[in-house]
Each structure stands twice: as C-alpha cells, then as structure tokens.
Write a protein that binds this ligand. Structure first.
Ligand code: COA
Length: 294
C-alpha cells in the first residue's frame, strides 16, 4: 500500500452528482476521474468546451462512468445558473460543488494592470462566490439536504505570498467564505470545507507559473520537509473523502496537504535544518560550557 493508491471503497460516491469547475485538466481532471471511479455522476465545466469534451470522452472510456461537459465562465453569474440548470436537467439533482477553477499570474504586483488583478480576483473569488451562491440558493429553495461544497484554496490563503498577490487575496476570501458558510448554511444541511494543496505539479499551471528553466532553479520538492511533491491521487483521495458521506461531521475545515511545506517557511528556527551533526556537537559543548561557567 502506498500514497499513489486509491483509498475509498468502490461505491463510496454512488448516487452522488458532482460539479467540478475547471474539471477538464490538471488537478480538477484527476479528482473528476477518481469521483467517477467511485460511482459518481459528474459535470465538468470551463470556458473551453472542446477540451472538456475530450476529457469527458477519455474519462468515460477509462472509468465506465458518466461525465457531462458544460461550457461555463464562472465569472458570469448567468452562465453559472445555466450550468446548474443543465446539470439538474441531465441528472435530476446535484449534491456536491467543487470550486476548483482558478487562475494565477506570477508577477511583481506593480507590473500588473488593474484589469490583470481583476481577472484573477474574478475567476477565483467571484467565480467561487457565483457557484456557491447559485448552488446554495438552489438547495435552500428546494429544501434539499445533505449537500456539500469543497473549495480548493492554497496555503498562502493565510500566510499571503509575494508575487502571486491577486491569487493570495482571492484565495483568502474563498477561505473566509468556506468557514462563514460552514456555520451559516449548516442548518440547511450544507457542509463547506476546503483543501489547501502544496506543490502538486500539473502541466498547464506549472508551465505557466514557472516557465523555462525556472522549474529547475526553483525545485519545489526542496522546499518540502518530506522532500517530494504531491501525487495527484493523494489529493483525489482527500477530496473524495471530504465530499463523501464518510465526512458527514467534517464542516468548516481546511485541510492542508503539502508535506509540511508552509510550516517549513514559518518556524523561526527551521533554517537550522542546514546545521550538520559536527556543528551541533560544537554548539552543544559551547552552550554547556557557558552554563557551567555562569
Ligand atoms: N502577467 C501579467 N499580466 C497578464 C499576464 C501575465 N502572465 N497574462 C495576461 N495578463 C493581463 C492581460 O494583459 C490583461 O490585462 P490588460 O487588459 O490590462 O492588458 C489581463 O491580464 C487579462 O488577460 P486575458 O488574457 O484577457 O485574461 P483571460 O481572462 O483570457 O485569461 C487566465 C486569464 C488566468 C484564465 C488565463 O491566463 C489562463 O487560462 N490561465 C491558465 C489557468 C491558470 O492560470 N491556472 C493556474 C491555477 S493556479
């Protein structure tokens, strides 16, 4: 048994209908694929219908499940309402919303235009808000229970991060929304949780974020105490658990899955990791001799 294996039993999401925004590629696709293997019916959304259709065909062939591709720019509330209506028309209901769609520009903030900043805020914060509000209203109006929202955030939602400021700002908002609605909408039978992934390389996002030889210069595995990046199945396992009924008592939580990455950057003395054993011997004898002399 290891971390790249599938965790839940085969029928864990049987009877569930799940919408995954940004489900056509990258981590969204990895989660979609696993949800289908676990018996869920899924709708995947993004702006690029052709990409979604290819992914849907590929995943249906691989898993034997059902995948509905729906074009939707999450920045537009009317498009989100239409996407919700199309999902309900196809499957009769929807149980789970996974706000996964995101955008990010890696850049000194002062180089960004006002429109560039807005673009990221609109996709990440407004997009998650649009979907959450539309789905929440639908469930509450129809008195449907046992629904769940899962938001993909990031560890810099609470630490902040230089050079990805629009994304950090937006993700912080999504995290606040997660925790706020976990309390406010619990009475309607809606759970809200978040996952904060560390480095899980995907072709699309990582080639854009770290183009050229930047990937070699900034080997992200080196920043992780466990000395490796994440495996997509590890994230899919966690997401599947959180949206399943096995997690029925988990509400308002953000689960970090980053091999200890963000804490390594936080602890005041963590840089002592670089001190070799012989130097520790020397330091210890210096400290002890001071104590004995005082
Ligand atoms: N750095 C800084 N500014 C940038 C930029 C970059 N790399 N790329 C585009 N911009 C600016 C544009 O110049 C424009 O601003 P302007 O009108 O003032 O000139 C603004 O950002 C919007 O650009 P546009 O290309 O119209 O945005 P879009 O809405 O078509 O696409 C994304 C934005 C983020 C969706 C797109 O870049 C994308 O598909 N990214 C891949 C997904 C992704 O980033 N995933 C990462 C997940 S962490």
């Amino acid at each position: 048994m290891d971390y790249s294996q599938k965790m839940l039993r085969d029928d864990a999401l049987k009877g569930k209908t799940i919408v995954i925004t940004g489900g056509g590629s990258g981590l969204g696709k990895a989660m979609t694929s696993y949800f289908m293997e676990l018996g869920a019916e899924v709708a995947i959304t993004s702006r690029n219908l052709e990409k979604l259709e290819n992914t849907a065909k590929e995943l249906e062939a691989a898993t034997g499940g059902v995948c509905l591709p729906l074009q939707c720019d999450v920045r537009e509330y009317e498009q989100v309402e239409a996407m919700l209506a199309a999902t309900v028309e196809k499957f009769g209901k929807v149980d789970i919303l996974l706000n996964n769609a995101a955008g990010n520009f890696i850049s000194p903030t002062e180089r960004l235009s006002a429109n560039a900043f807005d673009t990221i805020i609109d996709i990440v914060l407004k997009g998650s808000k649009n979907c959450t509000l539309a789905f929440g209203k639908h469930w509450i109006d129809n008195k449907e229970q046992n629904k769940t929202i899962l938001n993909i955030v990031t560890t810099y939602a609470w630490t902040g991060s230089a050079y990805v400021v629009p994304s950090a700002t937006a993700k912080a908002g999504v995290l606040a929304m997660t925790r706020s609605l976990a309390v406010e909408w619990a009475k309607y039978g809606i759970r809200s949780n978040a996952i904060a992934p560390g480095p899980f390389p995907t072709k699309g996002a990582w080639d854009r974020l770290l183009p050229g030889d930047l990937k070699e210069k900034f080997d992200l595995a080196k920043k992780v105490p466990l000395k490796r990046v994440g495996d997509h199945q590890e994230l899919a396992n966690l997401a599947a658990y959180l949206v399943s009924d096995f997690a029925a008592y988990v509400n308002g939580e953000v689960i970090t899955i980053d091999g200890g990455e963000w804490l390594k950057g936080a602890g005041q003395f963590n840089l002592l990791e670089a001190v070799p054993e012989e130097m520790w011997d020397m330091l210890e004898s210096m400290i002890r001799s001071k104590k004995n002399n005082s």
